[in-house]
Design a protein around this ligand. Sequence first.
Ligand code: UD1
Ligand code: CA
Length: 464
Amino acid sequence: MSAPLAIVILAAGLGTRMKSRKAKVLHRAGGRALIEHVIDTALDLTQPERIFVVVGHQADEVRKAVTHPGIRFIEQTEQKGTGHAVMVGREWLEPLKGYLMILYGDSPLLRTQTLLQLIDRQTASEAACTLLSADMDDPTGYGRVIRNDADLSVEEIVEQKAANPQQLAIREANMGIYCFRADLFWQYVDQLGTNNPAGEYYLTDMVAILNGAGYKVEAMRIDDANEALGINDRADLANVDRILRSRKRLELMRDGITIENPDTVTIDSHVRIGMDSVVEPFARLLGRTVIGENCHIGAGAIVHDSQLADDVVIDPYTLVSHSRLERGVHAGPFARLRMQNVVGEGAHIGNFVELKKTQMGPGAKANHLAYLGDSTIGAKANIGAGTITCNYDGFTKHATTIGDGAFIGSNSTLVAPIDIGPGAYTAAGSVITDAVPEDALALGRAQQVVKPDWARKRRARPKA
Ligand code: UD1
Ligand code: CA
């Protein structure tokens, strides 16, 4: 690039058409706030110190959503239009020479590649500005691009509300992405007025203003109008979410991941998956989840902010949240790994087993119906069906430790804090309240009583 670039992202609006108490750019698509998508794209183009976000509605929340260090914020306390939003940053922006790129925070589908092309077009031309446009099947709500018949340069952008029927019939829409020559922008920006149906300072009026001053404005028409879809209401949001998710799945499939019936699968944009892994229909892979190679994610499983090593199998309808599963772990179907679990290599967690803040050693098994909370379970320990750690006494949580190779009989009730030694057994149906030493057997159940012939005698008794 020949001259430096500053980027302004407009994100101050409430987004009235969203009908929400939350600022529009905080709504999520593809698993991230809209503003995060645009910030990521901007970071591909210039250094953070030259990126400015104009905030207004819920300014603090929007600032918090922008986590990358160095990015600067400009406050627009009253939203008087897209032109006004840039003008309030004049003090910081005007000294920056070169090119001024303006993006709207509600267009998260933009690709870096397209913006690089736009910058190239602008820097190579004599124009005062190059903007992005696309032919849309239904351009309702977008500004229309009015071109000059002779040289096809752009004479003006007419907003939906101000357009006459002839202009409304134009399908070429303004995508809301501009690369201005910074010096000319600041020289003429004062000519922006509010003489339009909305009474706002329209950034789009800069096109006519620059033309009036004798400069040319060009439009770079993109083939895929989807790329610059703006989000104005919840239907747009759903549409953009669908596109982002489909892009993500396609990217993963190209990287060697099998996705069955892909349209049903939801994968957030930050998720990473290793080669030869298979994802079954209706799975949801969310947040910062990282999945290794050759894993199998069953139908309807949900994996949230978790790390799965290679060869992990998550059977259908299993929930894994904020947990780490080492190589070869098998979980589900219908298991719940609630939070902060670390499951060792080759361990098994079967149906209707819930784990919370539990460490399971390599090769340990809890194959059916158990609650294991605040526990440390040794290697190759076997947890019988129906085992419950009583980790809560109504006031605080208590820990359970189970040693390597221990065998917890079915329906054991382990009253924490409790310590069961390596190799120890607990008998089925026991309530265990005291520590069990290494290699011992603990029985904590009533002695069985057998009364011979009791039933026969009962039947022989005369009826009353
Ligand atoms: C705008 C364009 C329209 C274009 C469309 C593309 C104008 C006047 N119109 O219309 O030509 O086709 O985008 O999506 O620019 N914002 C502020 N402060 C304000 C007003 C808006 O920060 O005072 C922000 C909003 O938060 C939003 C962005 O600017 O992120 C765009 O505003 P919006 O009201 O959605 O503009 P559109 O009506 O979609
Ligand atoms: Ca918009």
